[in-house]
Design a protein around this ligand. Sequence first.
Ligand SMILES: C=C(O[C@@H]1C=C(C(=O)O)C=C[C@H]1O)C(=O)O
Length: 117
Amino acid sequence: MPSGAPGWQTGPMTTQRADAPKRTEDPVLAGYRQSIDNIDAALVFMLAERFKITQKVGEYKAQAELPPADPGREERQVARLRALAQSADLDPEFSEKFLRFIIDEVIHHHERIRDEV
Ligand SMILES: C=C(O[C@@H]1C=C(C(=O)O)C=C[C@H]1O)C(=O)O
């Protein structure tokens, strides 16, 4: 955050460029941002559901003595997601990195669950 930098001003709740129009003054931008806010909320809810079910998978794997990671499954997911991304006009590289980031976190959770059992 470049607060204090030349061309920026800080208030009690905000930091914005001194020459930037205020959000409330631009209904077009506010309309776009309302949609972004809804999408971000949906992402949070979807991630919460995903982590709830992967928690169950982690518990099951720990009691069944299965390894936390399944590279074969991950490879198939990456291939599937890359194809879906392409057909949705989303950068496949980005979608792979995004999925990798989530899967790596899930694997950490599974390792922690295994080490607790
Ligand atoms: C959830 C699982 O565990 C791990 C996490 C995965 C994921 O988050 O999609 C996929 C494969 C596994 O490495 C699973 O095996 O299905």
